[in-house]
Design a protein around this ligand. Structure first.
Ligand code: AKG
Ligand code: FE2
Length: 240
C-alpha cells in the first residue's frame, strides 16, 4: 500500500457545486488496487436478499429501536486492506458526529436494472453518510421532500458516483432531500448540465458519450449510529 500522503487535506475543494449543501465528492478516494482488495473482503455469507438488491449490515443490524449493539466494525472496513478510518480522519468527515467515527456500515449490491427507492436515512444516525462506491458507476438522484408519490417524482439533482469514489452527505443535504437510484440498465443524459459533480469526476472521458451501462455496483455506506447499547455489560450488571 502507498504511504498516507493526504494529511491536512480539506473537504472543501470537493464540494459539489450548485447543490443546496452539503455534498462532497472525492473521485479518487481509493485506487483501483485498493478497490479490488476491498471488494474481495466482502463476506459471501452475510447477504440479506431484498427484492431489488442485496444488503449486509456491519457489525450488525440495528435493533427495532434503532440501537446498535456495541461491537467494533470488522477491520476490513476500517484498517485493512485500506486505512479507511485514517482517511476519514484526514478529511475530518466524522469530526462532528456523536462518536467522531463511524460505527456502522451498510453494504449494498446492485445488479444492472436494480436500484433503491427515494428515501431519507433518518434520525438513527448523526447526519453524515460517507459512501464508497465499488465496481460500477451509477447516478444517485436527489429529490425534494414533498407529498408526491414515488412514481411521479423527478430528481432535482443528479450525482454520478464512480468506482473508487467517496460521496459525503452532510447537514441539510442529509435532512432535507431524498435520495434514490433508478432501477435501470443504463444511466443516460450525462453531461455538464445534468450531473452536479461533473467538474469533480475522475474519468470524464468515460461519460462524454452521454450514457453509461450499469455493471454490478457495491456501495459501502459508513454512518455513526447515535444509540449504542453495551448489552453485554448490561446483562452482567456492570453498566454505570
Ligand atoms: O448505494 C448507495 O449509494 C445508496 C445506498 C443508500 O442510500 C442507503 O443504504 O441508505
Ligand atoms: Fe440512503
Amino acid at each position: 500500500m502507498e504511504p498516507e500522503t493526504r494529511t491536512g487535506s480539506t473537504l472543501e475543494k470537493y464540494r459539489v457545486p450548485g447543490l443546496p449543501n452539503s455534498f462532497f465528492y472525492i473521485s479518487d478516494f481509493l485506487s483501483d488496487e485498493e478497490s479490488t482488495a476491498l471488494l474481495a473482503k466482502i463476506p459471501p455469507n452475510r447477504w440479506t436478499h431484498l427484492s431489488h438488491r442485496r444488503l449486509q449490515a456491519h457489525p450488525s443490524t440495528l435493533t427495532t429501536n434503532n440501537t446498535l449493539i456495541a461491537a467494533p466494525l470488522p477491520p476490513w472496513l476500517t484498517t485493512l486492506p485500506v486505512r479507511i478510518k485514517t482517511r476519514f480522519k484526514e478529511y475530518s468527515i466524522f469530526a462532528e458526529t456523536k462518536h467522531q467515527e463511524p460505527n456502522h456500515v451498510l453494504v449494498n449490491e446492485y445488479q444492472p436494472g436494480q436500484g433503491i427507492m427515494p428515501h431519507e436515512d433518518g434520525n438513527a444516525y448523526s447526519p453524515v453518510v460517507a459512501t464508497i462506491s465499488l465496481g460500477g458507476s451509477v447516478i444517485l438522484e436527489l429529490f425534494e421532500k414533498d407529498t408526491q408519490d414515488n412514481s411521479s417524482r423527478t430528481p432535482i439533482h443528479r450525482i454520478l458516483q464512480e468506482p473508487g469514489s467517496l460521496l459525503v452527505t452532510t447537514g441539510e443535504a442529509y435532512a432535507s432531500l431524498l435520495h434514490g437510484i433508478a432501477p435501470i440498465e443504463m444511466d443516460e443524459d450525462l453531461g455538464q448540465d445534468t450531473v452536479s459533480n461533473w467538474t469533480l469526476l475522475g474519468n470524464k472521458a468515460v461519460f462524454e458519450g452521454g450514457s453509461c451501462r450499469r455493471v454490478t455496483r457495491v456501495s459501502l455506506t459508513y454512518r455513526d449510529v447515535l444509540k449504542v447499547s453495551k448489552i453485554g455489560a448490561e446483562i452482567l450488571g456492570l453498566r454505570r
